[in-house]
Design a protein around this ligand. Structure first.
Ligand code: PDD
Length: 286
């Protein structure tokens, strides 16, 4: 049985409890992070911690922890649960004021709830899917307008994943005004004439930690990066496509709405970026 962390305590997963009045449960008033683990070490912990602080700040929520404490909890859970490859999930909510109210509770008397647990994913770095690539469909982006805040409000992305599944695909790309914003739980890219094209960061998309690292590595490898929105038609006519996230790293996309992208198999740019990302991230893992 897994050991999880709830508000300062390490507990067996079936003994961990939070209030039914917790605002995360009632109002999706919470933020989260997913940090991958490779070789028993944390990938880009500081990037995830910085984004957590930003998400909390945007929602006027107090940070219940510090970088050092949080790093310790991550490491402790990885050790206790013997995670070699997988991830650590972290969630902070505005807590429970013991009732339901649209007004935020007083942060002096209502402390945030903090929960962490691990997910073991043996073989994550060498996922067979990366050799085959993902098929994706495109759907309308019907999420709220602050996608830069990593909230636990994940119903529409979850519906999108189900629509993809029903269509025999692996994921969905979300489209607004004819342009791709991002995937249900990843950032989206195309490659055309050697150029890597991905939407610039704004309130429209999550500022992916993997995205930032991959773009940095791409530039260091002298690849050309263009940060701008791209259309679904452009994506279908691209040489390659791929997505990035903490759980998929760099995942090639080989089909969009039933049409093959490029040769219909993982392309060289995505494959190279995946290799560089895994190698460099592992070197820097803590
Ligand atoms: N999802 N865009 C969205 C909408 C996401 O939910 C995620 C991450 C990303 C990629 O961000 P990062 O590279 O920091 O993981 C982009 C996580 C993995 C999840 O919900 O499980």
């Amino acid at each position: 049985m897994r050991t999880v962390y709830v508000n300062g305590e390490y507990l067996p997963e079936d003994e961990a409890k939070i209030s039914i009045f917790d605002r995360g449960f009632l109002m999706a008033d919470g933020v989260y992070e997913v940090t991958s683990v490779l070789d028993g070490k944390l990938i880009d912990f500081d990037g995830h911690y910085a984004r957590l602080e930003r998400s909390l700040g945007e929602l006027d929520m107090n940070n219940p922890t510090t970088r050092e404490e949080l790093l310790e909890v991550h490491r402790e859970l990885v050790a206790k649960n013997e995670i070699v490859e997988g991830m650590v999930y972290l969630q902070v909510t505005r807590g429970s004021a013991g009732d339901r109210d649209f007004v935020y509770p007083d942060p002096e008397t209502t402390k945030p709830t903090i929960v962490l647990f691990t997910q073991s994913k043996p073989g994550l770095a060498h996922a067979p899917a990366a050799k085959v690539g993902w098929k994706i469909i495109t759907i309308e982006d019907q999420r709220w307008a602050r996608r830069d805040i990593k909230t636990v409000q994940l119903l529409y992305p979850s519906m999108g994943k189900m629509m993809a599944k029903a269509a025999g695909a692996d994921d969905a790309w979300l489209v607004e005004d004819g342009h791709v914003t991002e995937g249900t739980s990843n950032n989206a890219y195309i490659v055309k004439d050697g150029k890597i094209i991905t939407r610039q960061t704004s309130n429209d998309i999550l500022h992916g930690i993997t995205r930032a690292a991959v773009l940095r590595f791409a530039k260091e490898a002298q690849m050309v990066v263009e940060e701008r929105p791209f259309t679904v038609d452009e994506a279908k006519a691209a040489d390659e496509a791929f997505v990035t996230s903490a759980s998929s790293f760099v995942m090639p996309v080989v089909e969009i709405d039933g049409a093959a992208v490029g040769a219909g198999e993982p392309g060289p740019v995505a494959a190279r970026l995946r290799e560089i990302y895994l190698e460099e991230s592992l070197k820097a893992a803590i």
